[in-house]
Design a protein around this ligand. Structure first.
Ligand SMILES: Cc1ncc(COP(=O)(O)O)c(C=O)c1O
Length: 381
């Protein structure tokens, strides 16, 4: 049996999305900047995709800027807040994705910003009181906090953080890469200036995403070149990627209630089964309503190391992850688990689910985990 439980790293392409993309890989190949009929056709496909995305988020199409994915969108929001808007103080957390954390560290190293880390509890919840203190005692800030943590799944109370930012006139960027397509988002209801998206996290294509920029915020481009994306990002557009992104977001929103019910059910079932069969198992991050329903991070007792566990799962046909995709193999362990003060001696494995995950796959995974755990215990004796 082959089981893919690494959907927070990336998801498979939905067939409907593939079908929507195919014409733009073949017959509709015009450069969207060309003024002839070929170009007009593909320009219209891009603008329709922008309208679809904007409608789903309840924003104006002019507030959506297509990018190469989540990393570029995060970089653009943060760098351009500093370069164009005069931001000199940024508040973030030690459990952000590297697309945010490393961007901020470079700016700090260059002496462009003062960086404050807001306190986070053992489960990855942001200390809102501390956030308010930091907002109160510093100049106009940019707050960069992710909507759901990609490794442990803990959710940010995004509305509350938005309200705090509004109270102190701060800019608010939230990396929504792990929640886009997994929750309905009405941006008229949240005070946020920038959010980010990567299509491959919800059965869209890789290498495409977007940055939402609130119309009240005017930043300069990060990538210079042609006049694409209303002068905000030079470079011929990833036409079929953009078409695929819009289709994937449309499908995700259309079927969202059913997916939440299905995937949350599987996650709860896996928690129950693991607790029953592996005494002493713990979970990193929140596991209930305060957590992203697609992610479950397990901390295993009595096992020599995580890499061995992942290796053995891989041999059994099960794909899971030790942390975020970009840090796996780096051998340093997860910066998120370390920041939370988790026991790094015990192996942690992230399982992440999607609409295609089945109960049989969870049963098979639990069965393998139980036998691997028993083997490790015997060896340890
Ligand atoms: C929370 C978060 N932000 C940003 C990214 C980067 O997205 P991409 O690899 O599409 O640039 C990821 C991908 O793992 C992510 O999980």
């Amino acid at each position: 049996m082959k089981v893919y439980l690494d959907n927070a790293a990336t998801t498979c392409l939905d067939n409907e999305v593939f079908e929507a993309m195919v014409p733009y890989m073949k017959e509709e190949f015009g450069n969207p900047s060309s003024i002839h009929a070929y170009g007009r056709k593909t320009r219209s496909a891009i603008e329709n995709a922008r309208k679809t995305v904007a409608k789903l988020l309840n924003v104006a199409p002019a507030e959506i800027f297509f990018t190469s994915g989540g990393t570029e969108a995060d970089n653009m929001a943060i760098n351009q807040s500093v370069h164009s808007l005069g931001i000199r103080h940024v508040i973030s957390s030690k459990i952000e994705h590297h697309a945010v954390e490393h961007t901020l560290q470079v700016l700090e190293k260059e002496g462009r910003i003062k960086l404050s880390w807001v306190n986070v509890d053992r489960k990855g919840n942001i200390d809102l009181q501390h956030l308010e203190e930091l907002l109160k005692t510093n100049d106009r800030s940019l707050v960069s906090l992710m909507h759901a943590n990609n490794e442990i799944g803990t959710l940010l109370p995004i509305k509350k953080v938005g309200e705090l930012c509004q109270k102190y006139d701060a800019l608010f960027h939230s990396d929504t890469v792990q929640t886009m397509g997994h929750y309905k988002m009405d941006l008229q209801d949240i005070n946020v200036h920038f959010i980010t998206c990567a299509a491959h996290k919800f059965h869209g294509p890789k290498g495409v995403g977007f940055l939402y920029i609130n119309h009240n915020v005017k930043i300069q481009p990060m990538i210079h070149g042609g006049a694409q994306e209303r002068n905000m990002r030079g470079g011929t557009e990833n036409l079929y990627g953009i078409v695929g992104l819009a289709k994937a977001l449309e499908i995700a929103n259309r079927d969202i209630d059913e997916h939440i019910r299905h995937v949350r059910g599987l996650k709860n079932y896996m928690i129950e089964q693991l607790q029953q069969h592996i005494p002493g198992i713990e979970f990193n991050g929140e596991t209930g309503d305060k957590s992203l329903y697609t992610v479950l991070n397990c901390c295993f007792p009595d096992h020599p190391d995580a890499e061995m566990l992942l290796f053995n799962l891989d041999i059994a046909g099960i794909a899971a992850s030790g942390g975020s995709a970009c840090s796996s193999g780096s051998n340093q362990g997860s910066h998120v688990l370390r920041a939370l003060g988790c026991n790094m001696e015990r192996p942690s494995v992230r399982f992440s689910f999607c609409k295609y995950t089945t109960k049989e796959e969870i049963d098979y995974t639990v069965e393998k985990l139980v036998s691997l755990y028993k083997e490790a215990k015997t060896l340890a004796k």
